[in-house]
Design a protein around this ligand. Sequence first.
Ligand SMILES: Cc1ncc(COP(=O)(O)O)c(C=O)c1O
Length: 438
Amino acid sequence: MHRRDFIARSVTALAAIPALSASSSALSLESAVATALDPSDWASVRNQFELRRDRIHMATFLLASHPKPVARAIEKHRRGFDTDPAGYWGEHFQTAEPRVRAAAAEYLQTEPGWIALTDSTTMGLGLIYSTIQVDAGQEILTTTHDHYATIKSLKLRAERTGASVREVALYDQGGQTTVDEILTRMREAITDKTRVLAVTWVHSSTGVRLPIAEMSKVVAEVNAGRDHSDRLLFCVDGVHGLGIEDASFDELGCDFLIAGTHKWLFGPRGTGIICGRPHAWEAVEPVIPSFGPSVGVWLGALPPDSEYVTPGSYHSPGGFHSFDHRWALDEAFRFHQAIGKERVEARIHALNTRAKQALAEMSNVTLHTPMDEALSSGIICFEVDGHGPREVTEYLAGKGITASASPYPVSYARIAPSLINTEEEVDRTTAAIAELSA
Ligand SMILES: Cc1ncc(COP(=O)(O)O)c(C=O)c1O
């Protein structure tokens, strides 16, 4: 295979979305008339997005469309930078990132100083896992359900330190799993050597949502018998839970929550956060120098123990970024809070339950995502007898529905009803799957 073909195929595999045909890719954008957001009205929420109306978008969890408030903020910053790059930066750099951290902290009901700003989930995972304290002879425990970004960054860490990485299956059949099964398997997998537990809140491989709060309690039990320096660190890739589940950082209870904010949260593309507790931040080292207040310390303008140097600012990779995107992230958190975290969660769960109920009635369809709302969230993975995942997504693409195939060694077709969908769109999607499976 030519190198160019290989790269093209790899990229397509990661996106796992069938290409649109030439005719359907011709832009037929029916510009959404964006009136002011009425957060109590789902049609008004939907109208904040310029998503093309000739498709049903069931894979926006891969990459967000920017809702109007986010798009407007990006545009404002872009204009500022385009007209006076150095001047605009100089005027805003000291206040913009603290403002974004404050909005993220309010959303997670936690401390702004605990939040680092990144460009993606993958960057966040890479930053944490590339330096997390683990020695030769110790072990990093992860799962067979995790994303490439977790698996690969842990493998790289193991190669550099001599620590081992072990993958455990928390369930065999996603569709049938229970909280009990997950907790039992987790408890049994942790040994005296386990120093890091790396999991994903909502598996994009199966749609299973892990009971993170209950898992944190198991971690606390393990840590009760350990020295502080040897405590088990519980790290969570939260990208498919953030922006759906109404949970605070304390309720989750993990040590690190790492997530891109450019999927369910509808933040600017190329943004993400890491939220970490102070003792957890002490167990990692910054890889890329921050451009935050630590520059002031270096220049002698701030004392080394300046209160402005928080773990979050210190661990946010520095350098000049696409600030027009990063500085607009606070609007995405505000957008969700204007609607209400509780209502967002209820809406996405209701649409997903509606879709799963329809799929469960199809004799030739196997659901790999639990029906139980406590163990599922916004992603539904399924198989149609006699049709591979690619064939399913291509069939749906032909019906004007964008779905995706999970980019994992065992791949399933996926749909992800979200805030931008209606009940009618869910019904049309499941009707198309029924037609294929008949
Ligand atoms: C569970 C999980 N983690 C990480 C990623 C990568 O996210 P990002 O694009 O923010 O790096 C994905 C991809 O969508 C994913 O499904």
